[in-house]
Design a protein. Sequence first.
Length: 83
Amino acid sequence: MHIIWTILLGLVAGIIAKFIFPGKENMGWIMTTLLGIAGSFVATYLGKALGIYQPGQTAGFIGAIVGALIILFIISLFRKKAR
């Protein structure tokens, strides 16, 4: 049940991040879900490196959205260089 909950929260976090980030990303539902899940991992590890989270803590829903926004920003930088 934990995996299903993670997938659903990743999907919602990815959708919200795509609405906040300007531009068109051309991602389907699966990539949006993976974006939200990866955003949670990015926020967790970045938060631990900055001392925001203690060992064993994970990023919450807002952290997942912020992490997904960071990933979308990095993707947009690579797409600009490819053009």
